[in-house]
Design a protein around this ligand. Structure first.
Ligand SMILES: N[C@@H](CCC(=O)N[C@@H](CS)C(=O)NCC(=O)O)C(=O)O
Length: 268
């Protein structure tokens, strides 16, 4: 049985949040550690934490902290992809929120590149959502979230064309059309093969694309007053289905965080 792990030393501000998914829709159990973990010195509190730790074997996940609300999950679509994978596999996890604008030393020691998500599996920290989700799939194959290789790249150009359009300052530079072409191809694909990328069941490709479409909807709505056209009803239905999954609503960022998160890219 693993004892409760107290994240980083007193010098690093870390908020640790436990998520017990375990096949239920029960409210998330949230545990906050203060800077010096003073609460842990109280016997009753320590007992309840030990119970939580012993009844689960949480996957540790370093995630971006909210830019607008203290102690809340932030707006990284790659992190949400990993959390969606854990949620869909009913694996409990333990969030360590990282201030990406002021990365603590313990985080840079784990991952010198300094990017979230980073996940601890088998006592090793792993970076990059592609590698993490693949490793989680191998270690916890049930339920399977594998997308067949021939479908794995469906919708994969949407995110880069979205960023091109979001950053564009010239309405005639073709970036909007490039995005529309990708969205339209996806709409046609879902019409023929949906409701999800691999048909009736959600799979890894949806968990990667869903958070990106969520950012697209919020950021383009805010910065460009742009929305997905009604001429793409299958894409719209797909977005609605993915955004309303329990796993999605539990892991999605605040609208304000998505807006703030993209601001430097839009202004830069
Ligand atoms: N390819 C990586 C991308 C991760 C990534 O870009 N994370 C961003 C937040 S969404 C980050 O940590 N940025 C911090 C930085 O670049 O300093 C993945 O899929 O995990």
């Amino acid at each position: 049985m693993s004892a409760i792990k107290i994240p980083p030393p007193a010098t690093a501000l870390t908020i640790s949040i436990k998520h017990l998914t375990c096949n239920t829709n029960k409210p998330t159990v949230t545990t906050l550690f203060t800077r010096n973990c003073r609460a842990l010195k109280r016997p009753r509190f320590r007992r309840s934490l030990t119970t939580v730790a012993m009844s689960t074997n949480s996957v540790e996940v370093c995630a971006k902290a909210s830019l607008t609300v203290p102690n809340r999950l932030g707006d990284c679509p790659f992190t949400q992809r990993v959390l969606l994978t854990l949620e869909e596999k009913h694996l409990p996890y333990d969030l360590k929120l990282v201030d990406i604008g002021n990365k603590p030393e313990w985080f840079l020691n784990i991952t010198p590149e300094g990017k979230v998500p980073v996940v601890k599996l088998d006592d090793k920290w792993i970076a990059d959502s592609d590698v993490i989700t693949q490793s989680v799939e191998e270690k916890f194959p049930n339920p399977s979230l594998v997308t067949p290789p021939e479908k794995a790249s469906v919708g994969s150009k949407i995110f880069s064309t979205y960023i091109g359009f979001l950053k564009s300052k010239d309405p005639a530079d073709g970036t909007e059309q490039a995005l529309l072409n990708e969205l339209s191809a996806f709409n046609d694909y879902i019409k023929e093969n949906g409701p999800f990328i691999n048909g009736k069941d959600i799979s890894a490709a949806d968990l990667s694309l869903g958070p990106k479409l969520y950012h697209l909807e919020i950021a383009l709505g805010h910065y460009k007053k742009w929305s997905v056209p009604d001429s793409l009803p299958h894409l719209k239905a797909y977005m609605k289905s993915v955004f309303s999954l329990d796993s999605f609503t539990k892991t999605m960022p605040l609208t304000e965080d998505v807006i703030e998160g993209w601001r430097p890219k839009v202004m830069g």
